[in-house]
Design a protein around this ligand. Structure first.
Ligand SMILES: Cc1cc2nc3c(=O)[nH]c(=O)nc-3n(C[C@H](O)[C@H](O)[C@H](O)COP(=O)(O)OP(=O)(O)OC[C@H]3O[C@@H](n4cnc5c(N)ncnc54)[C@H](O)[C@@H]3O)c2cc1C
Ligand SMILES: Cc1cc2nc3c(=O)[nH]c(=O)nc-3n(C[C@H](O)[C@H](O)[C@H](O)COP(=O)(O)O)c2cc1C
Length: 583
């Protein structure tokens, strides 16, 4: 299809009008053009309203959009559904699973649930209390309720979209009627989610709701500062290692200039980095494919595709493309397939099952390269044109190879001061300082989990907030990886940090972690909570978050059973006074 970029002379306008239109259209971006076309369609639709008396109002069907989110993707989709549903004649209501109660389900009408999975197949943390109740014996029967589930996940995790799957099955088990099949979406969820939303709403919409005008006012050029698809190239203005040579791992402090970007952020937000793959791995893959290096393929494998994971789907797709019997057998055997996938990447697949396939067939196997997120470790009240990050290098051995984390090794090895990083802000409304500047906070974290606390402390210092700030920080060795040691000690001296407890796990024969400090200091913790403190947890999700939760549960049980402790912890989460940012 050829692109029409000017208004033709045959258009129903005077020559000077055509000239004026061409002056405008010739200079607008694709986004501006899309906005304009939606705007004109909206004007027409508004003007075309029939001048007949309004019909007696009929009650709009209820639609509840129930979402469970950690980093905001499901929440953003829920907002899209609400907008679309309102135009289609529903009375939509958005409900965060973090605030929802089971009682709200019965009268919810049709429920569209948008649910992400975190940890290792777990619900997002704020949604966990609702999720536990929903899966439990006390959940109400839901006969008469219609539902549909959109699950978000990452297919490189063994428990792909597990929470969405469980929510879907539970609605059905409670007697609700499935209005549309569940879809399980990967990191490139945006386009398929849009299709699912419109087809599902189309199917459920009241038939007399009239036509729908699709105008995406969110995506206008005027409001877009920097995004995943249009990041800002930020210059690195400082880059140094925070850990000593003797530490077991490396962590870097990176300062980025946001000057001229218009980017703003709040303490608790993360910065997305749009990374590039390691050129050495790109070359190895091209060599394994047996094709001569070509710039287009090199560019695509460097910046567009994920080349460091391996999913069950990729194994199956490669088996289909190559017609390899051994691979087919492996792809069909769930146990052997999982065993093979563990710790392997796409390069291992090419090595175990070598075939000459063309570049298009190969790239058709690959997922898009995903952004990586880093908690912002600064406050714009203190450094207005900068964002600071605390990045730990990911490096490990698996299946006989040395592996490097895509974004962290880019930052650690290949982007130094003066280099550029493509970035955008990912807001996190659920990890904010308390509105009350006098309220105490207790910050628990380990390793890079200290990053948002540096931002909190800078902010509270710059605003003169009077609330007490208690940091409980875990690391391996006091001498080698006490991140931001000098700053923390000077904040302790100035009184900004009212208390600092360190858990140096390997400085003594017995391991000592943040949960041990919590248990030892349980009376002080209870005391702070009684004074209205908000509790924060940031850092490792796999071990630390579970152990801290178990310890808090034990503290709150106060001699009663575990269920009582969990109920008290859930109440704190629901009240927004236990906030987690774990990864
Ligand atoms: C909201 C949020 C905030 C975050 N904040 C920070 C932060 O402040 N600082 C920070 O450093 N990181 C932070 N992270 C983590 C960060 O986003 C990246 O996940 C991390 O840097 C790894 O990215 P990468 O591209 O270097 O590694 P990737 O290429 O993504 O590789 C990571 C993967 O490698 C595998 N892997 C890693 N280690 C091992 C091992 N020992 N054995 C086997 N497999 C392994 C795992 O599958 C893991 O998922 C945050 C994450 C989120 C979601
Ligand atoms: C630390 C971490 C753990 C995750 N665990 C899983 C998982 O076990 N299974 C899965 O399918 N997806 C997992 N994901 C992917 C998220 O579900 C996916 O990024 C989703 O789009 C997030 O949506 P949200 O922003 O609404 O929370 C994980 C992501 C992160 C960063």
């Amino acid at each position: 299809m050829s692109k029409l970029t000017t208004v033709p002379n045959s258009a129903p306008f005077a020559p000077e009008q055509i000239q004026a239109l061409n002056n405008v259209i010739g200079n607008v971006s694709v986004v501006q053009r899309a906005w304009l076309s939606g705007f004109l369609a909206g004007l027409d639709a508004a003007e075309a309203k029939p001048a007949v008396p309004a019909a007696a109002p009929t009650e709009k069907p209820k639609l509840t959009i129930l979402y469970a989110t950690e980093s905001g993707n499901a929440e953003a989709l829920a907002a899209q559904v609400r907008q679309d549903a309102a135009k289609r004649g529903f009375a939509p209501k958005v409900l965060d699973m973090g605030d929802a109660t089971l009682d709200q389900l019965k009268g919810a009408g049709t429920i569209l649930a948008i649910v992400s999975t975190w940890g290792d197949g777990e619900p997002p943390q704020r949604a966990a209390p609702f999720f536990r109740a929903f899966m439990g014996d006390a959940a109400p029967r839901l006969e008469g309720v219609k539902f549909a589930v959109l699950a978000l996940g990452d297919s490189s995790y063994a428990q792909f979209c597990e929470t969405g799957k469980q929510v879907d099955a539970r609605f059905a088990a409670l007697g609700a009627i499935r209005a549309a099949y569940r879809v399980d979406l990967d990191l490139d969820y945006e386009a398929p989610a849009k299709t699912w939303i419109s087809t599902t709403l189309e199917k459920l919409a009241p038939k007399d709701a009239g036509s729908v005008i699709h105008v995406d006012f969110h995506k206008t050029a005027a409001t877009e500062v920097a995004s995943k698809t249009s990041p800002f190239a930020a210059e690195i203005i400082a880059h140094h290692k925070l850990t000593s040579e003797r530490a077991d791992s490396e962590t870097y402090h990176v300062e980025l200039s946001l000057a001229g970007s218009g980017i703003t952020y709040e303490p608790g937000d993360s910065l997305g980095i749009v990374p590039e793959n390691d050129p050495a791995l790109v070359s190895q893959i091209i060599a394994k494919l047996g094709i001569s290096p070509d710039p287009e393929l090199t560019e695509a494998l460097t910046s567009r595709y994920d080349i460091t994971t391996l999913t069950a789907k990729q194994l199956k797709d490669y088996a289909v493309i190559t017609k390899d019997d051994a691979l087919n057998a492996l792809a069909d055997d769930a146990a052997k397939r999982s065993e093979y996938l563990a710790g392997r990447q796409i390069i291992d697949l090419l090595e175990t099952f070598p075939h000459n396939i063309d570049p298009e067939a190969f790239t058709s196997l690959l997922r898009p390269l995903a952004a990586r997120y880093y908690s912002i470790a600064s406050s714009q009240k203190s450094v207005p044109d900068e964002a600071h990050l605390t990045i730990a290098r990911v490096a490990y051995e698996s299946a006989g190879r040395t592996r490097k984390g895509v974004a962290s090794s880019l930052v650690a090895d290949r982007r130094k001061t003066g280099g550029l990083l493509d970035v955008f802000v990912k807001p996190n409304q659920h990890f904010r300082l308390p509105k009350d500047a006098a309220a105490p906070i207790v910050m628990i974290g380990a390793g890079t989990g200290v990053a948002p606390y540096r931002s909190f402390l800078q902010e509270r210092e710059a605003t003169g907030a009077t609330g007490k700030n208690w940091l409980i920080f875990g690391h391996r060795h006091f001498l080698y990886d006490f991140l931001y040691q000098l700053e923390m000690q000077s904040w302790l001296k100035s009184g900004l940090l009212s208390r600092l407890d360190l858990a140096s796990s390997r400085d003594q024969p017995e391991k000592r972690y943040v949960q041990h400090v919590l248990w030892e200091q349980r009376d002080a913790l209870r005391n702070q909570l009684a004074k209205g403190a908000t509790l924060y947890l940031c850092g490792d999700a796999k071990h630390m978050a579970h152990d801290v939760d178990a310890t808090l549960q034990r503290i709150f049980a106060d001699g009663k059973d575990a269920a009582a402790g969990q109920a008290a912890l859930d109440a704190l989460i629901t009240a927004g006074r236990y906030k987690k940012d774990v990864y």
